[in-house]
Design a protein around this ligand. Sequence first.
Ligand code: NI
Length: 267
Amino acid sequence: MSKAHTVESLFGALWDDYQHQCPSATAIHKLLGGGKAIINDHVAFRTFNLPEVGLEKLAAHFLALGYEAKGEYRFEQKKLAARHFEHPDPTAPKVFISELLLEQCSTELQDTVKAMVAQLPANAADAPDFLYSGAQWQVSQAQYDALLKESEYAAWLSAFGYRANHFTVDVNALDGYETLEAVNQALKDAGFALNSSGGEIKGSAEVLLEQSSTLADKVAVSFSDDERVIPSCFYEFALRYPKADGQLYTGFVAASADKIFESTDAR
Ligand code: NI
């Protein structure tokens, strides 16, 4: 049994797990940081709004470390609700947690998801390592395909479970890059594919936040019947602008996040 985390140990464990799902993050980290540490703007998680694993269950791990609940967001078309959390230490990554609103989904989807979550050990979400415990359930390729038809988000969760969906580089704190365009160009020059849904840069100086992301890497996932290579996790890049009071904006922009979700779309 693992012991309680500190902010550092939790994000360290999340980063270790994430690099296995998103090997290009290791290379991009080296490319942009030149061997130096990179500050993370935020780390994002996905879940279902069931009592055993809902947003609040994930958030509890961060609240216990001193994080505070901040903005709330809705994504009507994707049937998601989300909330972000901040730590008093501004160098600690912000946390963005979304959850799929199951009551808005088909009964077939609900049944599949409830059967998955029923396979979790009792109080699984309270375990110190829950946030990087992956998919502790069996899902067949046919179930994954059925979920994919209705909700890419649900299909991703069925395959990858609980872990960082993406880390996000804080471009404001990144040496040698003044703009998000410059970061994107460096990535493309090095051969990384960017999510171009809604344009490579989501948001603008006007909404105080610009974001871009790679397309998710692809990894082999063991389904109950066979192994298949599918999109896993991606790396995001965020540049923030100051509010009227001179402080950098710390919230999220729903219209941009909506497009960022599509970085894990099957293609
Ligand atoms: Ni993000």
